[in-house]
Design a protein around this ligand. Structure first.
Ligand code: SAM
Length: 337
């Protein structure tokens, strides 16, 4: 095992993994307040000067794509659709050589209006988060009465060709865990690809409890009572979702079982927060400050060197099962989910 990070080339770590998938948080703010993510009153948001500017984001993504072998760029947040410069950022990233694939993780609010411009700018596809199809339950879960906007966003994304449109759902015991078959029927009827995400200890309120978390096994058992699920023969690669063909396919359903079936050994992700910190993992407790280096005049080679060093230190696994596990100081919304 080499002790020093590589001085050139891709984002390798000491366990032989290479990060090719960059998640970029465009803001820590959100227009929903999902109970498992943020408190009702919101969080102390990053101040304007702390945020990377649009040009700084494009510069850092350019370093990742040109010098570090990143081939996938996913914009997230907070809620990325509320970042005013989003369409311009997507266009600038789509103009990079080699052109990365570009996707967006969003709550879908406003996507019906923005989807055509995002598509024209070069966005390839979207993941829309939707945990329930019942308006009152949606309002309870997100603390905002916006279900109709999300459904319009999904339809707008599909109409604009941002496909495959994927839906991410988090199931909460006693709240929406009985709704998984209904969510799948909805996704199948509209041609969306549904993935359930196990709830992770990344909430600002530190309310996560392993004992009450809805596990992949439970999700699959409930779905299996209504649908015939067979393991997807397609190669999984570094994808976080394990997928199953539904009733013989070609439709699929996925489960991202970060807690009960961790996939850290195949992880190919690197993360950039809205304030310009590189994180090797959602659960990392260390960050590497690229914003400070960039604003102090570092050239692209120096930024690439710092990024490589940050990823070299990536831990073998997220460590949720480790008795010494500590939830990272930043919640999911501030890291970029
Ligand atoms: N606002 C965007 C959205 O709603 O997709 C992007 C950011 S959000 C943090 C990204 C995803 O993380 C959403 O699907 C959300 O449900 C999920 N999420 C938030 N907190 C989570 C947690 N503690 N465990 C698992 N998933 C979580």
């Amino acid at each position: 095992m080499n002790a020093a990070p590589p001085i050139e080339g891709v984002l390798a770590d000491r366990y032989g993994r290479v990060a090719r998938d960059l998640r970029v948080s465009l803001t820590d703010k959100c227009n929903l307040r999902c109970t498992y993510c943020m408190p009702a009153e919101g969080l102390p948001w990053l101040a304007g000067p702390q945020l990377l500017s649009d040009d700084e984001i494009v510069r850092l993504v350019g370093v990742a794509v040109r010098q570090l072998g990143v081939t996938e760029v996913r914009f997230t947040g907070g809620e990325p659709l509320i970042r005013p410069g989003l369409v311009g950022i997507v266009a600038a990233v789509a103009a990079l050589e080699p052109r990365p694939r570009i996707s967006l993780t969003t709550n879908g609010i406003g996507l019906d209006r923005l989807a055509p411009a995002l598509r024209a700018a070069g966005l390839d596809r979207v993941n829309v988060s939707l945990d329930t199809l019942h308006p009152e339950r949606f309002t309870l879960l997100t603390r905002r009465p916006r279900l109709a906007d999300v459904l319009a966003g999904l339809a707008g994304a599909a109409a604009a060709g941002l496909t495959p449109v994927k839906i991410n759902s988090v199931l909460m015991r006693g709240v929406n865990d009985g709704e998984s078959p209904e969510l799948l029927r909805f996704a199948l009827a509209h041609g969306y690809e549904l993935r359930f995400i196990e709830q992770m200890p990344l909430d600002a309120q530190h309310g996560w409890d392993r004992a009450t978390m809805v596990t992949a096994d439970e999700i699959l058992a409930r779905l299996g009572a209504e649908f015939q699920l067979t393991p997807d023969p397609a190669e999984r690669g570094a994808a976080p979702a394990e997928t199953w063909l539904v009733d013989g396919g070609p439709a699929r359903v996925g489960v991202i079982a970060s807690v009960s079936r961790p996939f850290c050994g195949d992880c190919d992700r690197t993360r950039l927060t809205a304030d310009g910190q590189v994180r090797a993992c959602l659960f990392a407790t260390e960050e590497s400050d690229l914003r400070g280096a960039l604003r102090a005049g570092a050239d692209d080679d120096e930024l690439a060197r710092r990024w490589r060093a940050a990823m070299w230190g990536k831990r073998a696994g997220h460590g949720i099962d480790d008795p010494a596990f500590l939830q990272p100081a930043r919640p999911m919304s501030a890291i970029g989910g």
